[in-house]
Design a binder for this molecule. Structure first.
Ligand code: C2E
Ligand code: MG
Ligand code: MG
Ligand code: MG
Length: 291
């Protein structure tokens, strides 16, 4: 049967704190320990070139295998991490892990590019550029094959430092994407002042867009904007063939979403790619996705 043992005051305090705040487990110390104990992992979601149907790039996405809480998605902990001092070490781990993985795939003959998520907060840390470039060097990956996706969650602090970090990365050949465009702080002002080479349209605009006149208009306008600034345009959250056709017809260059694939563990990527039915040719991928 059930046995109740008396609680110490400290345990009781923790329990009560836990009831008040169900994130009591999420502390800076817990994040540092998780890094130390290898509890984070990356999954990789393929991005497909809309016109050729080729998979040229993957986005790395972090997950936490928590010993008590099981698998935790980034929405459950990245906002906390970004708001605290641990975003530096986490982004460093992500960049090193993703780039090393790309190096391993390269040795298997898979020529892919990788996108890594970073927080605007990371950009005021001038060691980030160094870390990423060193990881590229170690893995034998040219920086041209790496894209840093920047998500704004708060007005960018120390804007001049961010400009310096991004300019340095861009000068090395790395690509920069503005993530979740159309939401929050991912704004036009940033597009003008920062050296982005890609726009990722937020999935809240893309999923089911064919059912919404205004969503289609907005995507079309963002595509025009991207064209006029010489940027690649990526649609995220492509869940159906209808979404895919719509963003393709509106002129998006790249599509990402569950229609193509969910994010995959590293070991599932090579067999998935081997099964991907690419037949190059204009708009061929649209037909391929019909099956
Ligand atoms: P994001 O960078 O915009 O990544 C895309 C998110 O959309 C991912 O969620 C992905 O799994 C999800 N997604 C992709 N296709 C579809 C689709 O067709 N339908 C739907 N409903 N969702 C789709 P995930 O992996 O839960 O990541 C959420 C967010 O957490 C990311 O949004 C990013 O802002 C953040 N994040 C993830 N990994 C990292 C990381 O390594 N570092 C940092 N700083 N942030 C990360
Ligand atoms: Mg992203
Ligand atoms: Mg994001
Ligand atoms: Mg996004």
């Amino acid at each position: 049967g059930l046995m109740f043992k008396p609680l110490h005051q400290s345990e009781l305090d923790r329990t009560l704190a836990g009831l008040r705040d169900d994130r009591h487990w999420l502390t800076e110390a817990a994040v540092m320990q998780a890094l130390d104990q290898d509890e984070f992992l990356l999954e990789y979601q393929p991005l497909t070139d809309v016109r050729s149907g080729h998979i040229r790039s993957l986005e790395s996405l972090i997950r936490w295998r928590h010993p008590q809480r099981g698998r935790i998605g980034p929405d459950q902990f990245i906002p906390f991490v970004e708001a605290n001092r641990v975003i530096g070490p986490v982004t460093q781990w992500v960049a090193e892990t993703a780039i090393a993985q790309l190096g391993a795939w390269s040795e298997m003959g898979l020529e892919l590019n990788i996108a890594i998520n970073a927080s605007a907060r990371n950009l005021s840390d001038d060691s980030l550029a160094e870390t990423i470039l060193a990881a590229c060097e170690r893995a034998g990956i040219p920086p041209e094959r790496v894209t840093l996706e920047i998500t704004e969650t708060a007005a960018m602090e120390r804007f001049e430092d961010a400009v310096a970090t991004l300019s340095r990365l861009r000068a090395s050949g790395m690509h920069l994407a503005i993530d979740d465009f159309g939401t929050g702080y991912s704004s036009l002002a940033q597009l003008r002042r920062l050296p982005f080479s890609q726009i990722k349209i937020d999935r809240s605009l893309v999923t089911n867009c064919q059912q919404s006149h205004s969503a289609l208009q907005i995507i079309s306008t963002v595509v025009d904007l991207a064209r006029s600034l010489g940027l690649r345009c990526i649609a995220e959250g492509v869940e159906t063939k209808e979404d895919f056709d719509a963003v393709g017809n509106l002129g998006c260059d790249v599509a990402q979403g569950y229609l193509i694939s969910r994010p995959l563990p590293a070991d599932q990527l090579p067999p998935w790619l081997a099964d991907w039915p690419v037949i190059p040719g204009p708009r061929r991928s649209v037909e391929l996705l019909q099956n």
